[in-house]
Design a protein around this ligand. Structure first.
Ligand SMILES: Nc1ncnc2c1ncn2[C@@H]1O[C@H](COP(=O)(O)OP(=O)(O)O)[C@@H](O)[C@H]1O
Ligand SMILES: [Mg+2]
Length: 561
């Protein structure tokens, strides 16, 4: 894969790991670099983080890596449901998001609208048709919540909420599940170099009033949002007097909606947003620090919005510093052709590599230690999860979600045991490798979870989704189906066949897996439910792909549920 980064672009370089999904690192990055460093920005700018803090410790993940072993770069755009970023609910124009938890309470893992459809074997409606599941019945996988909602970031010295530890004494399972949250963490592990680079940017540019821009990239779940949150929180004193505005672009209806929203936040009079904003940002006043999370959402056809925003810090007399965050490594490259004419407008780059096995394991273990959860989730299970997730994506959110889900599975098993052996007291089972493997297989497919890659079979939920898509396509003129519609049919089918279904968020992630298997094509939309899904393979090849003629035949014969 060609490098997505311009060779001319100033870069804060971090060494890559073997499991990195990102594209090749910047040229010249040594394999065993310990400290973050930045290539010169422009003739007139000094480097961010050029002199890393002496306390910056080498990250364990910084190992030798061979480029050929890297997985392809495809940080996918995240949809609203998955979005783990932070925007006050009061913002106009926000698509419906999952509810944020109160700031001071331990984070409740709410599945809200994504609550899976779990059809109980004993409580189905008498009228519902009961078609035995063919050929296997799986337990209901619940949704793996994808950071349903983290907490709002700072607005001018506002408080950055963090997930609290666990003051209330709760059941073992309960506190462990809470500890494995995916909100902004109370304690950020690793990321010392990245954190130092951000602090350096704040010190050299924001505090000094020397406008500049920093673009933070990295695959989902690599701690970009969490890290920036933590830095802003820690550096509150440093940022006193700085007008800090944080916007999660995922919540904007369109890329142009950024201008009125920003105007509103900065108190700029309404009307002619872009022009007034430019005037405001170049008139006298305190330094403005604009943080745009999920910035790739501003990507419009001509990239004019992104271009305008990247240009702001470099307008004559500007008082604005910009920190943009997004998954894609190449976001700034895409607008570089227009920035080339003004090399001083190029942002500094800071890439967050995927987490290593050791880092993921440390993150999960740290959470368990906070809740005395080591007795619930055993170390081997954590290691297993960390190994699999680091090989797949290095996504801390996924690792936490999988462990939390494994706890839920065991908890549910305990509950049903208690119910069947009425009267006996709960013993509390341990979550071990098999439970984690089971969740991994629900999320990634069986090949992912099994130690050997042979004998891969298709997870049931994915099979059902494929069948549903096929049924809908056969019954409509269009070849594309929206996720909302697909999930509706799928949940009816699950009920009919007495299988536990998954919610829309996990449905989307399963569809993404099917996309990576080459069976579905997804066209992402801002709202997850509007994602358009179509079959990538011929209808007649579906049976082959599914390797389950019996199930497919029986579902297709029964027609739409
Ligand atoms: N270094 C870390 N230490 C502790 N928890 C982390 C760390 N990195 C990520 N997490 C957890 O994973 C969640 C997802 O990370 P996030 O910063 O939202 O990823 P990104 O913005 O890169 O997609 C965080 O909210 C946090 O709970
Ligand atoms: Mg984020």
């Amino acid at each position: 894969m060609p490098s997505t980064r311009s060779q001319n672009q100033p870069t804060i370089q971090f060494p890559r790991r073997k499991s990195s999904r990102m594209g090749p690192g910047p040229k010249g990055s040594s394999e065993n670099v310990v400290e973050a460093h930045v290539t010169p920005l422009s003739p007139r700018k000094m480097n961010v983080g050029a002199v890393p803090s002496p306390s910056m410790s080498p990250r364990t993940c910084m190992m030798k890596t061979s480029q050929s072993e890297r997985l392809p770069l495809s940080p996918r755009k995240r949809t609203g449901d998955e979005n783990g970023c932070n925007l006050p609910a009061s913002l106009l124009g926000s698509p419906p998001k999952q509810r944020c938890t109160p700031l001071c309470s331990p984070r409740k893992l709410s599945f809200s609208e994504n609550t899976p459809v779990i059809s109980s074997l004993s409580h189905h409606s008498p009228s519902s048709r009961k078609i035995p599941l063919s050929p296997i019945t799986r337990p209901s996988p619940k949704k793996l919540s994808e950071t349903p909602c983290t907490t709002p970031l700072v607005k001018s010295g506002g408080k950055v909420p963090v997930a609290r530890l666990f003051p209330v004494k709760q059941s073992g399972y309960q506190s462990v599940k809470q500890a494995l949250h995916t909100a902004v963490p109370e304690r950020l592990l690793s990321r010392e170099a990245e954190r130092a680079a951000i602090v350096s940017f704040l010190e050299k540019h924001v505090v000094e009033g020397k406008p500049s821009s920093l673009y933070i990239s990295g695959a989902p779940g690599t701690g970009k949002t969490a890290c920036l949150n933590c830095v802003l929180q820690e550096q509150k004193a440093l940022l006193k007097g700085i007008e800090t505005v944080v916007i999660n672009c995922m919540n904007l209806r369109s890329s142009h909606a950024i201008f009125p929203l920003l105007g509103e936040k900065l108190g700029v009079p309404k009307g002619n947003g872009e022009v007034r904003l430019r005037k405001f940002l170049t008139s006298s006043g305190p330094t403005v620090l604009l943080v745009l999370d999920e910035m790739d959402q501003l990507d419009s056809k001509s990239q004019e919005v992104l271009y305008t925003i990247f240009e702001w810090p470099y307008l004559p007399k500007s008082r604005m510093c910009l920190i943009g965050i997004a998954n894609a490594l190449d976001l700034t490259d895409r607008i570089l052709p227009r920035l080339q004419a003004k090399p001083h407008c190029r942002p500094q780059l800071l890439n967050f590599p995927p987490y290593s096995r050791e880092e993921l394991s440390a993150i999960v273990q740290d959470r368990l230690a906070q809740s005395s959860g080591e007795t619930v989730l055993d170390a081997a299970a954590v290691q297993f999860c960390a190994r699999k997730v680091s090989a797949m994506s290095g996504d801390a959110r996924k690792a936490l979600d999988i462990c939390r889900r494994a706890v839920e599975v065991v908890e549910a098993g305990d509950r049903s045991k208690i119910a069947s052996e009425s009267g006996s007291s709960p013993k509390g089972s341990r979550v071990s490798v098999p439970q984690v493997a089971r969740v991994l297989s629900e999320v990634y497919g069986d090949r992912m979870a099994s130690s050997s890659s042979e004998g891969e079979s298709f997870p049931l939920q994915q099979k059902l989704l494929v069948c549903c898509l096929l049924l809908i396509i056969r019954n409509s003129k269009s070849k594309e189906v929206q996720l909302g519609k697909l999930c509706e049919v799928y949940s009816k089918l699950c009920k009919q066949r007495q299988v536990g279904g998954v919610g829309q968020t996990e449905g989307l992630s399963l569809c993404s897996l099917l996309e990576s298997r080459g069976i579905f094509t997804l066209k992402k939309a801002k709202e997850a439910r509007l994602t358009k899904i179509s079959l990538k393979i011929e209808e007649r090849d579906v049976e082959n792909a599914l390797k389950d003629r019996a199930l497919l035949g029986s579902i297709l014969a029964a027609g739409l549920p």
